[in-house]
Write a protein that binds this ligand. Structure first.
Ligand SMILES: *Cc1c(COP(=O)(O)O)cnc(C)c1O
Length: 411
């Protein structure tokens, strides 16, 4: 399915997203906050609606028709996810409620079991709080140390810095595939080789990765890869943890409850096989099926096509905003994707966002759940425009004229 030769038709794609027809303050909605959460195509909305209208019950439990149907759809979604990231086995796909929960699962299960006071974790300065706090909580429990790989002034994170910080003491190397603030794409495959040479496992926060490029977890060689449904045009409340089967098999459960056991007595309980061992309780059923529909949607357009289109749009936006005097980009790494973060000399990010919202332009302003990175660039916050497959050059033009207006106001 990847790279089918249909042309990329932004107009017809926009048509798939009902919300883009909504007016905001009497203006066309210019949605530039997809890195916060992406909008949903009607194919996803319809898939979720269909579950509740025609195929809904709990999964894996009942011996009745509806439960069988729902279970089959739920497992189909797992298969779609496995193919989407080229996992070797379907059981390597654990459904969670988001990227955040996926990372917490690894920290609590793998981390508690395998790390002690002598051990170290390597993170980067570019991490989202979701990929910082779970490791701090782990550190506080087991007494390990956290080392942080620096980011340079352009937002580049250098391989040599990973090399410098990864040692025999390192047990976990955890970092983002793509920074949600800088747009920097990290050298996942190369870092993974270094980590493995030192006996460490690699955990990737892929929240901004899978949506902007085809991902092949076997080729990357990573041990864990986490992402959420809501940033890949799927529902919120659903996430994925990919983990290598051999690792997941020997990890203890993360939560206990129904669905994750084999036998239970008050003396001893045995765990279910993968992936059920990590899916205690009723899972997000309709959301998982909706995620499957989102993956179908992206595959039908073509992951490479989406990536190409977005790179072109980002280049256009970079050019357009470069023309605005007093606007400073945060993150200018070569090969960056998806987001443009910036500050303006004339106004505070919150004022910028509030003013351009009057024009129907939705951007994010704040610390973007990356306070250490704000500190690194010596700014309290930034404005971020982020792009999805439904954005167009017209959106960028409206953003640029709106920012010019901000300058007028604060002159
Ligand atoms: C959004 C985001 C997260 C959090 O993801 P959820 O699926 O909402 O839990 C983590 N890391 C990065 C880089 C993100 O952009």
């Amino acid at each position: 399915m990847i790279g089918k030769t249909i042309p990329f038709d932004a107009a017809s794609i926009r048509n798939d997203f009902p919300i883009l027809k909504e007016e905001v303050r009497g203006k066309r909605l210019v949605y530039l906050d997809s890195a916060g959460s992406a909008q949903k195509p009607k194919q996803v909305i319809d898939a979720v609606k269909h579950v509740y209208e025609a195929e809904y019950s709990n999964v894996h439990r009942g011996l009745h028709y509806m439960s069988e149907q729902t279970s089959a759809r739920y497992e189909e979604a797992r298969l779609k996810v496995a193919r989407f990231i080229n996992a070797e086995f379907e059981q390597e796909i654990i459904f969670t409620k988001g990227t955040t929960e996926s990372i917490n699962l690894v920290a609590n299960s793998f981390g508690i079991k395998n790390l002690g006071p002598e051990d170290e974790i390597v993170l980067t300065w570019a991490e989202h709080h979701s990929n910082i706090i779970p490791w701090q909580l782990l550190r506080d429990q087991v007494g390990c140390k956290i080392n942080v790989v620096p980011v340079d002034d352009d937002g580049v994170i250098r391989l040599e810095e990973f090399e410098r910080l990864i040692s025999k003491k390192t047990k976990i190397v955890a970092f983002c595939h793509v920074s949600n603030v800088l747009g920097t794409v990290l050298p996942v495959k190369e870092v993974t080789k270094i980590a493995h040479a030192h006996g460490a496992v690699v955990v990737i926060d892929g929240a901004q990765g899978v949506v902007h490029m085809p991902v092949d977890v076997q080729d990357l060689g990573v041990d864990f890869y986490a992402f959420g449904g809501h940033k890949v045009y799927g529902p919120s409340g659903i996430g994925v943890l990919y983990g290598k089967r051999d690792l997941l098999n020997v990890m203890p459960p993360y939560q206990g409850g129904g669905g994750m056991i084999n036998t239970v007595t008050f003396d001893k309980t045995t765990w279910a096989d993968l992936p059920d061992k990590f899916e205690a309780g009723t899972p997000p059923i309709a959301q998982a099926i909706g995620l499957g529909a989102a993956i179908d949607y992206m595959n039908n357009i073509g992951l490479n096509k989406i990536a190409e289109y977005e790179v072109d749009l980002l280049e256009y936006a970079t050019q357009r905003l470069s023309g605005i005097e007093g606007l400073n980009f945060i993150g200018t790494a070569p090969g960056k994707v998806s987001v443009l973060s910036f500050t303006m000399d004339c106004a505070h990010p919150h004022d910028i966002a509030t003013i351009i919202d009057q024009n129907g332009v939705a951007v994010r302003a704040g610390h973007h759940c990356a306070q250490p990175l704000m500190e690194r660039f010596d700014i309290p916050s930034a404005t971020r425009a982020s792009f999805g497959l439904y954005n167009t050059r017209e959106d960028v033009d409206i953003l640029a004229t709106s920012l010019e207006k901000v300058k007028e106001i604060f002159k």
